[in-house]
Design a protein around this ligand. Structure first.
Ligand code: S3P
Length: 187
């Protein structure tokens, strides 16, 4: 498939946006951008440091600017967005107008498994040191946040499950769905 419109990957932390986005861009021979990396580069700090020093509102503001800039870049591309980016109506309208939005869906337990040893997601960090309550607290946080965001994630053009392990099949799934959607969006 020759990519004619951008592909924007949205979904919760751990849903595979960056891993799949990178693989997809290689397969389609187009550029890949990750908005978290762009935010960190623009501010000169890690995402955790930005949340700690300047707070979430500051992060969201830079995130919106970075998305506006990346959408303007020439040529079709694959973009992985931070898990909360699609909460902004401005961003939803922008992405919807400029490409195909793909919601990468993943089960709560699978998300938990993928992020339990990661400490770079400020909204999912838990204060609990005890292993069992830490697990419960994290799963509860994921459930709450995902429940709040689901309504906007569902506004994507297509939804693809990433719970299955095989990356090659998941990529194929994304490509087929995007192609179908692209045809219906341009007709
Ligand atoms: C966030 C998800 C993170 C990052 C920031 C906020 C969120 O990106 O943008 O920590 O609000 O869910 P990933 O989805 O890549 O983890």
């Amino acid at each position: 498939m020759r990519l004619l419109r951008d592909i924007y990957l949205i979904g919760f932390s751990g849903s595979g946006k960056t891993t799949l986005g990178e693989a997809l861009s290689k397969r389609l021979k187009v550029k890949f951008y990750d908005t978290d990396r762009l935010v960190a580069r623009k501010v000169g700090r890690s995402i955790v440091e930005i949340f700690d020093d300047r707070g979430e509102a500051y992060f969201r503001n830079i995130e919106k600017q970075v998305i506006r800039d990346v959408v303007k870049k020439k040529g079709a591309k694959v973009v992985a967005l931070g898990g909360g980016a699609f909460e902004s109506e401005e961003t939803r309208i922008l992405l919807n107008k400029n490409g195909v939005v793909v919601f990468l869906w993943c089960s709560i337990l699978e998300i938990y498994k993928r992020i339990k040893y990661r400490f770079d997601r400020p909204l999912l960090l838990s204060e609990n040191k005890d292993k069992e309550s830490n697990r419960e607290e994290k799963i509860e946080r994921i459930t709450r946040l995902l429940g709040k965001r689901q309504v906007n994630y569902e506004k994507a053009d297509v939804r693809v499950s990433t719970s299955r392990k095989n990356i090659r099949l998941t990529l194929q799934d994304i490509i087929e769905r995007v192609e179908k959607c692209r045809l219906s969006k341009s007709s």
